[in-house]
Design a protein around this ligand. Sequence first.
Ligand code: C5P
Length: 309
Amino acid sequence: MSAITVTAPAKVNLHLEVLGLRSDGFHELAMVMQSIDLADCLEFQNTADAQLSLRCNEPSLSIGNDNLVLKAAHLLRERSGFNELGASIHLEKHIPIGAGLAGGSSDGAAALVGLNHLWGLGRSHVELEELAAELGSDMPFCIRGGSQLCFGRGELLEVLPSPTDLMAVLLLKDPDVSVSTPWAYQRCRDLHGESYLQGESAFEERRQALREAAWTRPIQTELPPPLRNDLQAVVEPETPAVQKALQLLRSLPGTLAVAMSGSGPSCFALFPDLPSSQQARDALKTHLEIAGLSAWCCPLRLSGVRIEP
Ligand code: C5P
């Protein structure tokens, strides 16, 4: 096999609950992550020359060894022990960068899945998720995607049943604004650290409550996700672009719920289907132009990164 194409979808957080602080300095989380049908596209070519190179259609993105795609490629090759493996990778960005949509993590996950296939390494999804966890907290989810409970730093995964209704999101983001994830978590700790839960049994109680939440089984329009994001409470007051996006989304009729995704600044409204999200975007057209916000409509997606036939 000499070349393959892999799609790498974005995610939104239907639930992001900060439980407490871990001994490794990260936050202990209880999340529900959901893939959406807004995806980057990666092409991998086998070069067998010990070189790993990346090109990208988006000039603002680093194509150096700090890019998660190359980090993932180096890690997979190193663990395989076959140093002569090489690949030329092209990344076509569609997911906005620095948006809280796990675009970079999904690209990294696509590199693990794509190169595992291209190089014939035979690693399972679970093995690839373990490698992904070494590179980023959101990356393990992106391998299988769909709807999953994500605990720990984000790497302890429990797959949820697929949504029975293919709801859709209207996503808004200011193209000139991004939020630093470390900043958002640090701010959360500064403001709320004193009320964090302490200890494994308190954490497990919240995990169990989320496992038992009726809206997760399965996700459906009859009982839509209430949407909770604890980082929203710390990012929204500091970020006018988030305030504006949330205000516009909340003004729309027909939304099932509205929230920020991840550490922001993307915000989204959930709709029963794609046409209703598109109608809402059309209704906001002038307001979006005035506010300088970009908008995307996309259905929920039932899977994560995918090797295209
Ligand atoms: O793992 P990732 O690179 O996505 O995390 C970026 C930063 O976000 C971490 O360095 C940490 O400051 C913060 N973080 C956290 N707790 C998590 C995930 C991320 O504190 N569960």
